[in-house]
Design a binder for this molecule. Structure first.
Ligand code: NAD
Ligand code: ZN
Length: 362
């Protein structure tokens, strides 16, 4: 029986505060199963440049730091390889896994935690509610704000055929640490692109047919915080970091109880075929969505200009027929997103021609 309301999973524990990262030991030590069951730290390899920060990661016993590249978005193969690496190296199941990085590392960490306790390959679980067992103890520590991956019940991965999340009640982290200081060194462009992911979550949630008072309350606050951060110069850098971190969280909760929409559907196609990363892809797409989100696109342009960010143009100029077909297939395959944006009869308003027409403008 399909139930009318989602009984939503939430992250059960959150530690918030500037400098909170240094309290990590007090979270991990009670969870250590035994001295031979390590904690695995998956860390964005951008931090290899920041020796002082790496020194603050509390490793003991047989714990290991694995640096991961985020040049590309995470793939199902990458998850399978990390799981193999961990299983082959350690006799015992790890005590837990800690992800330190942006949305890419958050998703990798959630997926590795799950694949350590569920048989088969990561691609077997791309979809909705396919996971059978809870993963190992998992901690998410975001170092860039916007995706909401720290709070969501999905781990988005590129698989052999599709970019799709492992969506399940088991996917959410057991613990999150929100320390606004960790985002201090993000470059200006990346700060904007990932921040706009949050803004677009709010636009799509607040304008969607799945909206309810729960997602609206979180989405409206997140939207207001995004505007503070990207349109007000009076805030200090720390205030911006604090506010965007909370916007990311609230935006994530908002879409968890509703859905994203047209921008995300199109952005997933761009990411799969052209390898364009999620935040930037969303920015490229939203420029062309006046017909669906008139106020959101206006506001986006205002923030883009205020922040003096250039969004690439002409990225679909030299696409082959085959690439167009693939992109359109991915975008149209995400039916819950279209249904949220346009209602149950979305297929009467959107088809291959409409989607291709939008891609051709980008
Ligand atoms: P990201 O994790 O790919 O990181 C972007 C860049 O910022 C990388 O080069 C990284 O090295 C750098 N970076 C991160 N933290 C830094 C720091 N403190 N200082 C300097 N550089 C830093 O980017 P993202 O936008 O956070 O995440 C995008 C990914 O998140 C995509 O794969 C997307 O599919 C996924 N996503 C997931 C969800 C979800 O709910 N699970 C939601 C939205 C997006
Ligand atoms: Zn997003």
């Amino acid at each position: 029986m399909k139930l009318a309301f989602r009984n939503m999973t939430m992250v059960p524990r959150v530690l918030y505060g500037t400098g909170a990262f240094d309290q990590l030991t007090s979270i991990l030590e009670p969870k250590r199963l035994n001295p031979r069951a390590p904690f695995i730290f998956l860390v964005d390899d951008v931090f290899t440049q920041y020796h002082e920060f790496v020194q603050r990661i509390p490793i003991g016993y047989e714990d290991e730091i694995i640096f991961v590249s985020t040049l590309e978005e995470p793939t199902t193969n990458q998850v399978d390889e990390l799981v193999q690496q961990i299983i082959l190296k350690y006799k015992e199941m790890p005590s837990g896994i800690v992800g330190i990085g942006g949305g890419s590392v958050m998703d990798l960490t959630k997926a590795v935690s799950l694949l350590l306790t569920n048989h088969g390959n990561a691609s077997d679980y791309q979809g909705w509610d396919l996971i059978q067992n809870s993963g190992i103890f998992s901690v998410g520590i975001p170092t860039i704000s916007g995706t909401g991956a720290e709070v969501s019940r999905t781990a988005v991965l590129k698989g052999p055929d599709i970019k799709l999340g492992i969506n399940s009640d088991f996917t959410t982290f057991d613990q999150v640490v929100l320390d606004p200081d960790l985002t201090a060194d993000v470059s200006k462009n990346q700060w904007f692109f990932t921040g706009m992911d949050c803004f677009i979550h709010c636009v799509e949630s607040l304008n969607g047919t799945f909206l309810n008072a729960f997602s609206q309350a979180h989405g409206e606050k997140a939207m207001a915080l995004c505007q503070n951060v990207f349109l007000k110069s009076a805030l200090s850098e720390l205030e911006k970091r604090e506010q965007l971190m909370m916007a990311s969280w609230l935006g994530g909760v908002s879409i968890a109880n509703s859905q994203v929409g047209v921008a995300h559907a199109l952005s997933y196609g761009l990411s799969f075929v052209k390898g364009i990363k999620h935040g930037l892809g969303n920015c490229i797409v939203i420029e062309h969505l006046d017909a669906y989100y008139p106020e959101g696109t206006q506001l986006f342009r205002k923030m883009r200009d205020y922040q003096q960010i250039d969004i690439p143009k002409g990225i679909c100029e030299n696409l082959s027929e085959d690439e167009y077909r693939q992109m359109t297939r991915i975008a149209l395959g995400l039916s819950p997103l279209w249904e949220n944006a346009l209602g149950k009869n979305w297929q009467s308003q959107v088809n291959e021609k409409v989607v291709r027409g939008l891609y051709e403008k980008m």
